[in-house]
Unconditional design. Structure first.
Lengths: 346, 360
């Protein structure tokens, strides 16, 4: 009897799925479908845990910047300067470590400072001077890219010992190793960047879910006018979203730098587009107010899995990657457009 | 007093901004190095008379930008957003031109098709890609910049794919005329092409309702709908027109080097085109526009670029300086700063008039 009643209540109270959870569900399903498809059609490579960890290793920086991008997009803005900031960070850190004999700690400080500086300026321009975020960050992107060339023109590898030691540090994941072709057991590993990225995902997830600031981001993105009437400081919220995004781009830049270990003006090219694409695939709505950090995480994974599939399928010419990412982006944009239309009808 | 009125009226005119920027740049160059304005008549390697000098360079290389600015102004006015895929679509369109001209052989002795046919096919291709952007923006209601992000990401890849990633080279000198000089005429051809485009758009704006309709849609989409316009179609149309502009610009671009480099061709040109629109005093959020100001803005941007090159700024570092200019321009044009400036201006005026009264 009681059980029946409960079921009845559940039926009656059938809560319509929120956009956030619907889009998150689509993303997660797409990712798993893709990965399983890859295992089935591409052979055993994808079955090895290390393949998955390699995806994480290569995309730790993208995960971090995409998280920042999601926050800005949830607030209703956009930031396309993240790739430029990451390139600038890696170049500045490389020059500092190699030419000025700096230490790793100083390099981290430089990375964070650059990110913060970009965030403060862009946030101010967007929030307090009410300039379109796209224009501001477009200028930011070109400024960062130009500055990278001004700092140093030629790409070079960093030879600083402490840094190389940090770069080579591998954290062994217990129980996930596999036997290689020679029959030796090889431990699975992740780089430090992955740990940083996962920590950031966790922190930001909690921030967006349970803190006042996090809920403010959603409120401002959903409807700035009503957020204002609720007594939320809209400008400060927008400002903070940009500060957080650029700050994360700074961290992402350093993690990227740790992965590649060199400075170059062409580093992280297209990272902003990949970050936006991951956020959109992860269910962050461009119109603001809808999004989820976990979704973004899966968005990055989907994106990089499809890249891996494309390259392991023998279509490793550079253009296929660009075209597949664009196609995926297009698909998810259309899904979003349909979701919005559905909401309007309801 | 009368003089003051004229001055303020002049300052309110939209075209004042690019003109002022142009004059500032000209004065700067005049002070730094007057030889900037020297124009010499020489002969190029083929023996044709050509004019050379920094000013000619500006007229020459500013042409593609001016052509793009025409389309970009319309897109900005109607949709309140910008198309950031123009650089990538130029790569596609240029690739199509070369593909048609070269056929399957990447180093043909003779052209495989007349240039006009290749151009028309590239026009169709560019308009199709413009239409793709337009459909996403107008009918799926995706923000223009994000919708065009798709082609921005994929465009250069598609361009490389069209030619199988080969770099075709055209040896026929006639093809080089579009981006260089026609024998006997010392003025670069791109300038004539740009002028032709300007005349066409001036006629279109004069004799059709395109200008009125785009502004109406940009100012208020809902009320334009209530007035019987079809906002979605007009937005779509502006993107197709931009596609046409892109095709013309692409023809000039590939003709300049009689070949193509997929990753470098028209790089960062979207930034310059948006900058031209902004410099023309047009609101980047849509609505009213002034085509002449945009076109002038494009030449001012090229003036700035040429000036920076003259001072040995590396081409990769160029964006950093332009970004600063954009930010200054945009900050100056924000309502917050404007009202603050006008209030400051009023205060100064008030004080001077008070002083004048006291003196009297």
């Amino acid at each position: 009897m009681a059980i029946e009643k409960k079921a009845d209540v559940a039926k009656k109270q059938k809560i319509p799925m929120t956009d956030t959870s619907l889009l998150l569900l689509i993303t997660v399903v797409v990712f798993f479908a893709m990965y399983i498809g890859a295992i089935l059609f591409q052979g055993k490579g994808f079955l090895k845990p290390q393949t998955f960890f390699n995806i994480l290793n290569a995309n730790a920086a993208l995960i971090i910047t995409s998280c920042g991008m999601s926050i800005v997009m949830i607030t209703g803005g956009i930031d396309i300067s993240v790739g430029g900031v990451a390139a600038l960070v890696s170049m500045c850190c490389a020059v500092y470590l190699d030419y000025h004999g700096g230490n790793v700690f100083g390099a981290v400080v430089i990375a964070l400072a650059i990110g913060l500086a970009f965030g403060l300026v862009q946030g101010f321009l967007v929030a307090y001077l009410e300039i379109q975020p796209f224009i501001v960050s477009l200028a930011g992107m070109f400024f960062a890219r130009g500055m990278t060339t001004i700092v140093n023109t030629n790409p070079f590898n960093v030879a600083n010992e402490a840094f190389v030691a940090l770069k080579e540090t591998r954290i062994v994941v217990p129980g996930m190793g596999s036997v290689n072709k020679l029959g030796n057991y090889v431990d699975a590993y992740v780089e430090i960047g992955v740990v940083v990225a996962l920590l950031i995902v966790l922190v930001l997830f909690c921030l967006l879910r349970w803190t006042k600031l996090g809920r403010n981001f959603y409120a401002v993105g959903g409807n700035a006018q009503s957020a204002l009437m609720l007594g939320i400081n809209v400008r400060r919220t927008k400002f903070l979203s940009h500060v957080i995004c650029s700050f994360l781009a700074g961290i992402g830049g350093f993690v990227y730098f740790m992965h590649v270990g060199s400075g170059s003006a062409s580093h992280a090219s297209g990272m902003e587009m990949n970050a936006i694409a991951s956020s959109i695939i992860g269910g962050t709505m461009l119109t603001g107010g809808v999004g989820n950090i976990i979704g973004t995480f899966f968005g990055v994974l989907s994106l990089s899995t499809i890249q891996n599939i494309v390259s392991s399928a023998g279509l490793d010419q550079a253009w296929w990657t660009g075209i597949t990412i664009a196609a995926m982006l297009c698909l998810f944009l259309l899904i979003q457009s349909v979701v919005i239309a559905r909401k309007k009808r309801a | 007093m009368q003089k003051n009125n004229v001055l303020t009226r002049l300052m309110r005119n939209q075209i004042f901004i690019p003109v002022a920027a142009l004059i500032l740049l000209a004065i700067f160059n005049l002070i730094m190095d007057p030889s900037f304005f020297k124009i010499t008549l020489g002969y190029n390697s083929v023996g044709n008379p050509v004019l050379s000098g920094y000013l000619i360079t500006i007229l020459d290389y500013g042409s593609e930008l001016a052509i793009l600015a025409i389309g970009m102004t319309l897109v900005t006015a109607a949709s309140g957003g910008q198309d950031i895929s123009v650089g990538a679509t130029i790569a596609i369109s240029g690739s199509v031109v070369l593909r048609v001209l070269c056929g399957t052989n990447s180093r043909p002795e003779t052209l495989q098709a007349p240039i006009i046919v290749a151009f028309l096919i590239s026009c169709v291709a560019a308009m199709l890609f413009g239409a793709f952007n337009g459909v996403l923006v107008a009918y799926f209601k995706i923000q223009p910049m994000v919708a065009t992000l798709i082609l921005f990401t994929a465009g250069r890849s598609i361009a490389a794919w069209i030619n199988n990633n080969e770099l075709p080279i055209i040896s026929d000198p006639v093809f080089g005329y579009f981006g260089g000089f026609i024998p006997g005429i010392p003025i670069p051809t791109p300038f004539f092409i740009a002028v032709a485009c300007m005349i066409v758009i001036a006629l279109v704006l004069r004799f059709t309702n395109l200008g009125l309709y785009t502004q109406a849609v940009g100012i208020n989409e809902n009320s334009s709908k209530l007035n019987g316009l079809n906002p979605a179609f007009i937005k779509f149309l502006t993107f197709v027109i931009l596609g046409l502009c892109v095709a013309v610009a692409a023809l000039i671009k590939v003709s300049r080097i009689s070949s193509i480099n997929y990753s470098v061709i028209a790089k960062d040109i979207e930034m310059d085109a948006i900058l031209a629109v902004a410099l023309g005093g047009n609101a980047l959020s849509g609505g009213k526009f002034n085509m002449a100001a945009s076109i002038l803005g494009a030449y001012v941007i090229q003036f700035l670029t040429t000036t920076l090159y003259k001072f040995n700024v590396q081409s990769d570092a160029l964006p950093a300086y332009k970004a600063v200019v954009v930010i200054i321009l945009v900050v100056m044009s924000t309502p917050v700063v404007r009202s603050w400036l006008s209030e400051a201006g009023k205060k100064i005026k008030g004080r001077t008039s008070q002083k004048a009264k006291e003196v009297a």
